[in-house]
Design a binder for this molecule. Structure first.
Ligand code: SD4
Length: 330
């Protein structure tokens, strides 16, 4: 695919466009990055971020902590049974199991994570419990589930009946994909949410059911601290969405934060992380990866490999979707 110059065009801030969201209603979308914003600030990936941000804002606007806000925010998305990429409404893996990944990180660099977790309604809260109640960072699979149940977390039956029906149809139609599940750009919608509270402290949360019809046992970037999410309260925070394997390969979110430490703006840091992904892959077919970042001063940036990524922004004066800049068109 020929390299295009879209991302350069997208760098002009403040260009308002009218776009149609997935629910058919119209939203004003601001093109590109937003620049400096006053705290509190909430940012999150994709259209479902609007609702998640509002829940986070409830806490932040009353002077609450970023950590509480990010958990509350993504719990909204995890509760949405119509969401096919996050929480119990998520699509299963190749073998019909919905396996959930989530992580959380706060301003003290404390972090917690769960991966390959089945049948629990709020993986993000389990991740927080791992962070706060154990000496570990990450619990996976049956052990994570046992811990969640011991801690009294709500269970859930997965997949949902309509999701199971869809999966069965997929299985019938995709016998050849039993060995290598196909990943495309329509079957993802992880939520990564980062926030700065009134005190200027940063936290982040990321939760997903991962790539639809992935191999059983596959874990993506979303529960991996440094890949799907990274927070360093001295510098900034970043989160990622897209093809987890590619994001892990460059320790994506950590890379973005580390670049900011070395003087990159959030926007430039996200662009550089995308550049690194491009450099490491010969075949870019369907390789969508997106980064979203904020620095300690409240500057915001985002960039993706392909067009189509957007994020939700909530501040005292804004509640909107913003189109990310990108490197190339599909
Ligand atoms: C994963 N990064 O499991 C996730 C998927 C995703 O938007 O972000 N989709 O690889």
């Amino acid at each position: 695919m020929k390299r295009r110059t879209f991302f350069r065009l997208g760098l002009a801030t403040g260009v308002l466009t009218l776009s149609r969201n997935v629910f058919g209603s119209q939203l004003f979308v601001e093109k590109s990055f937003v620049g400096k914003t006053d705290a509190p600030i909430v940012l999150s990936t994709w259209i479902h971020g609007l609702e998640a941000n509002r829940a986070a804002w409830e806490i932040l606007s009353k002077g609450g902590k970023a950590l509480d806000a990010v958990e509350a925010g993504v719990r909204v998305t995890e509760s949405d049974l119509t969401n096919r990429s996050v929480g119990v409404g998520g699509r299963p893996d190749r073998d019909g199991h919905v396996t959930l990944d989530a992580c959380i990180m706060d301003e003290q660099s404390r972090c917690g994570s769960v991966a390959f977790l089945e049948g629990i309604a709020h993986p993000i809260s389990v991740a927080r419990a791992v962070m706060e109640k154990t000496q570990h960072v990450m619990l996976v699979g049956e052990g994570a589930r046992k811990f969640a149940i011991e801690q009294g977390f709500e269970t859930a039956k997965t997949p949902l009946p309509e999701v199971k029906k869809e999966w069965k149809k997929w299985r019938e139609e995709n016998k050849d994909l039993f060995v290598k599940p196909r990943i495309n750009h329509e079957n993802h919608d992880t939520i990564g949410l980062i926030a700065m509270d009134k005190n200027g402290d940063l936290s982040g949360a990321c939760t997903t059911s991962g790539w639809a019809y992935k191999l059983h046992g596959r874990v993506g970037d979303s529960p991996i601290i440094g890949a799907g999410l990274f927070v360093d309260n001295e510098v900034g925070a970043a989160t990622a969405t897209g093809l987890g394997e590619a994001i892990i390969r460059i320790a994506g979110s950590h890379t973005v934060v580390e670049l900011m430490r070395h003087g990159y703006s959030p926007q430039k840091a996200c662009e550089e992380a995308v550049k690194r992904i491009l450099a490491k892959h010969k075949d870019l077919t369907n390789l969508q990866c997106c980064f979203l970042a904020i620095d300690k001063e409240g500057n915001i940036g985002s960039h993706s490999v392909y067009a189509g990524f957007n994020y939700a922004l909530k501040t005292a004066s804004d509640d909107k979707m913003v189109d990310s800049t990108f490197d190339r068109n599909w």
